[in-house]
Design a protein around this ligand. Structure first.
Ligand SMILES: NC(=O)C1=CN([C@@H]2O[C@H](COP(=O)(O)OP(=O)(O)OC[C@H]3O[C@@H](n4cnc5c(N)ncnc54)[C@H](OP(=O)(O)O)[C@@H]3O)[C@@H](O)[C@H]2O)C=CC1
Ligand SMILES: O=CCCC(=O)O
Length: 358
């Protein structure tokens, strides 16, 4: 069943956690409301956010700006600082005591550390936005990983793009603690993340889906609940498989148009008015024509998604020759040092091939 949101997230709400039977519910309340003290069974909802890269940072930022109580963690600690400046919490940890800090560098001299475990232990719902299956497993299930801090009444929402097997592994580790698990990879890139316009493809514990809904609605424009763990991951991989092939095909067209004496900028314009128009072509085309690839979606992640999508297709014996060919092109692009450029830099792999022939 697909569900879409209608919640308006832009008012400065705060969220209170309310114990309801065995589950947690979150009720928004306006920060402009009267100063009557909250009912005794209500405490501020605490949100954890692990992974502050291109996507995680703006997503966490939107939660903070909407009045949520957010605790952040990132492997490279300095990326926490802009969010701490906006009001995020950062936990320093010394094995037996945790202290809240105003800076990720505080405590360094004393050997203090922060860990996903500490964040999960101190929060009601913890989100994770990590690079790939390996980092998602490490942060959730590794030493001092989030699972070590989970227990009944808490929830873990993994918004990273991973394969179904990885998601199921993380789900089983989280659920073995009594906590709930939701996979919720996103469609939409850096700008939609900044604008709170992501599309969440969720699957897993339905009650956590409902609990997390107000927060998903702050970060996104719509959400789909797709059933069992693995379905959200599969939907995301199918979407990105199509996207990767589209971009490879677009790149071929841009280069071919130029080679036969056409202006590729005019091609972008022609495409934008016809049946194959897509926002992606209009957004990326003009900079691709100038050989500029400002990173919104790193090429290495697109290749990872194609690799995982091919694995998904293999698991059901589905032929995917177009995606397989596109994957090879992204691999060539990676081998030419383009991993951290935007995925539209895949066009450079074709230019390399052209040069090799001439
Ligand atoms: N960018 C985009 O347009 C979109 C990306 N996605 C998906 O979202 C996820 C994140 O993407 P994005 O933000 O672009 O990626 P980034 O590369 O910018 O960020 C990756 C994050 O993962 C962390 N990380 C990487 N390896 C490890 C590790 N071994 N242990 C702990 N943390 C680690 C990084 O930490 P550190 O800062 O220390 O390197 C960083 O916080 C990916 O799965 C991607 O496929 C989904 C939709 C759109
Ligand atoms: O995973 C990245 C998706 C990027 C997008 O949907 O624009």
């Amino acid at each position: 069943m697909a569900m879409c949101s209608s919640f308006c997230p832009r008012t400065p709400f705060r969220f209170r956690a309310i114990k309801h039977q065995n589950s947690l519910q979150f009720k928004p309340f306006s920060t402009h409301a009267s100063s009557t003290s909250p009912p005794k069974d209500e405490t501020p909802a605490r949100i954890g956010f692990l992974g502050l890269g291109i996507m995680g940072s703006p997503m966490a930022q939107n939660l903070i700006k909407s009045g949520c109580d957010v605790t952040v963690w990132n492997r490279t600690k300095s990326k926490c600082d802009p969010l701490i400046s906006l009001g995020a919490k950062f936990i320093l940890w010394l094995g037996c005591i945790s202290v809240l800090s105003m800076s990720s560098s505080a405590g360094g001299a004393f050997g203090y550390k922060s860990s996903p475990e500490e964040v999960a232990a101190s929060c009601d719902v913890t989100f994770a936005m990590l690079a790939d299956p390996e980092s998602a497993v490490d942060v959730a299930c590794g030493k001092h990983g989030a699972a070590s801090g989970m227990r009944s009444g808490k929830g873990y929402v993994d918004v990273s793009t991973v394969d179904g097997a990885t998601s199921k592994l993380i789900s089983s580790q989280i659920r073995s603690t009594g906590a709930l698990f939701l996979e919720a990879p996103v469609s939409g890139s850096k700008k939609p993340a900044e604008d709170g316009q992501l599309i969440f493809l969720t699957a897993g514990d339905k009650s956590l889906y409902e609990t997390a809904a107000p927060f998903l609605d702050i970060m996104g424009k719509s959400r789909f609940y797709l059933g069992d763990v693995g379905n959200g991951a599969a939907m995301k991989l199918v979407v990105n498989m199509i996207m990767g092939s589209m971009m490879a095909s677009f790149s071929e067209g841009l280069l071919l148009s130029e080679k036969v004496g056409l202006d590729p900028s005019v091609l972008v314009e022609v495409i934008s008015q016809g049946a194959i128009s897509a926002p992606m072509y209009s957004m990326k085309g003009p900079s691709m024509v100038q050989s500029l690839y400002p990173t919104a979606f790193p090429l290495k992640h697109q290749q990872k998604d194609l690799r995982l999508a091919l694995g998904l297709a293999e698991s059901v014996s589905q032929p995917t020759p177009v995606a397989a060919a596109a994957n090879e092109l992204y691999k060539v692009a990676k081998s030419h040092g383009l991993s951290d450029q935007d995925f539209s830099a895949v066009i450079e792999a074709l230019k390399v091939k052209l040069q090799q022939r001439t």
